[in-house]
Design a protein around this ligand. Sequence first.
Ligand code: ZN
Ligand code: ZN
Length: 715
Amino acid sequence: MQVRALPAVCSGDLRYILKSCHGCRSGRGRKTQDVDKIMSTQTIAVHLPDGSVREVPTGTTPLEIANSISPRLAAASVVARLTPVTEVKAKAAPGEESAEAAMYAAEDAAAPRLVDLTTPLAADTRLELVTEKDAEALKVVRHSAAHVLATAVLELFPETKLGHGPATDAGFFYDFYREKNFTPDDLAAIETKMGEVVARNEPFVREYEPREQALDEFNRDGDFMKTHFVTKFTEPGAEVSFYRNGKFVDFCRGPHVPSTGRVKAYKVLSLAGAYWLGDEKNPQLQRIYGTAFFSQKEMDAHFARLEEAAKRDHRLLGKQLDLFSIQELAGPGLVFWHPKGGIVRKVMEDWMRDECLRRGYLMVFTPHVMRRELWKVSGHEGHYAGNMYSPMELDDAEYRLKPMNCPGHILIYKSSPRSYRDLPQRYAELGNVYRYERSGTMHGLLRVRGFTQDDAHIFCTPGQIEDEIVACIDFAEAVLKTFGFSEFKVELSTWDPNDRAKYAGSDEGWALAEGSLRVALERKGIEYKTIPGEAAFYGPKIDIKLVDVLGRLWQLSTVQFDFTLPARFELEYVGEDGERHQPVMVHRALFGSVERFFGVLIEHYGGAFPLWLAPVQVGLVPISERHHAYARKVEAELKAAGLRVEIDDRNEKMNGKIRDFANQKTPYILVFGDKEEVANAVSVRTRGKGDQGSVPLAEFIAKCKELVEGQSTEL
Ligand SMILES: [Zn+2]
Ligand SMILES: [Zn+2]
């Protein structure tokens, strides 16, 4: 919102200095920033990213500074980022505001923020010119495209009332109220009209008007949504910020691209209905979705990527490759692993169990249902009941399906006295858990009601925690690398000490926990982003998000610190001093959920699994019936080498059999007739490479073994 009061700290935006403007549309006495008046003899210091400092007259704009550096830089700049020179505490971390607040609420002058290139600078500031290389610039383009969309809608359908139009991760939308529904033809006309608005290259100009006047006008014009936003996000006596392009004016705090011509590539995508403020008693709005990019080339690449993602959809491939199903009769969100998915799962789980044992974990198994009393002690009855299946009444007590494995592992720890010499105790389990997800929110293997966590709980002394966390991160890296992911992003979720009610534990506990996670990440030399206020109620956590072949981020591995459950269950160990102490606990899951990880693997590889994971590794195609005996011999030798083999001995044409194996994305297809049989050879067709000619069988087997043992992603 546009509170016009001068902030305690000003980081250089002269939006507070106003002048009257004559001749504005609809009689609005709106004011623009008066650059002339403030071009005083005073100067300010503008600190540039290269470390240089420019003394410029107060009121100089980022655009002028860009031009003085190079006209090319000026042309490439989208917005400017201002950061206060003096350290002051920002009210909220960047990105923490709600989407609406980010459009309307007053800018926090203490936080780094984006401003228009034409914003007059009022005080010393750090200045960064934001070009198309900066991801945030794309959001500015997309939000500006939303203004262009609204401009087009009002020109075509002037009776329409405006809601709001933020940028989203994938593009932008704008909410409209209009009695008649937009038709597909209307959407096409709107997109064409947007082209005219862009071609007119209208500058985006920021204007101000007293709040009361703005509210009067919005009320008068029946702009109920704008009235709501101004009332909610601005304070009495404030000046309200608007942006104008041509005749179109919208309540907004910006920033925007310099002019409509900078919205170079855009597309109107779809229409959806939504009730105003989500209340069905309110008028129904029409939300038009669109997207925008810096260039047509980038937009084409985006749609090509979407097409590719659709082809890789794990639900589609799961059916096509007969990997898994979800059955109406059994219920949504519950996964059936078919034999071909089942064998991949076995390979994944074997790898995980072996790796756990190699890394000093102990394998455990715990029950699927446990007494309700246990969930009361653990706190799940209080904090997590909404995600749990309802209790079942048995003859002795009430029981609940487990949503987490932690209490089970805790009971194993607690089953005998522990000394510091026993620690750390690392319990691992591929544990099935059941969590309630609202019906309609399930999505293939990615969002389910029953899944298998590759869960582990580490009980250790406070002094061991750093090493344990480092070992967990090492393990997580090994998982990602082994399964073919080379890139990942790390987030550290911390608590919000101003919101104590949300968290259990003491200040010291949190300081120890967050400190040890940070030190562990730093010891590993891993770059990470801190997300304040995102910690679990019992402690901070590290989330590792992998990046798949299409550049999509997937949240899978998590390492969490917990000092709450050990207290709730009164866990102890006898220390070196002979006294009783409380251990700390780490929860960690690396696949996260076996189901979800499998879903991501299917999409990452488009169903074409590396040899070591492929359900059928080698498909055998005897050319005719008289080669069936040789086929059996080849099969036996491959199986003896531990390979998964399938023979197609149907009475079909050779090419049809090859095609069927290829459609199943089988890594190797071996074809053989008289010539191969005589030579004890096979003719090899490699997935993605085609016919490789005849190879001695022993040589082929040796190569396969090497690739499987090395978990190679190559063929
Ligand atoms: Zn705007
Ligand atoms: Zn746990």
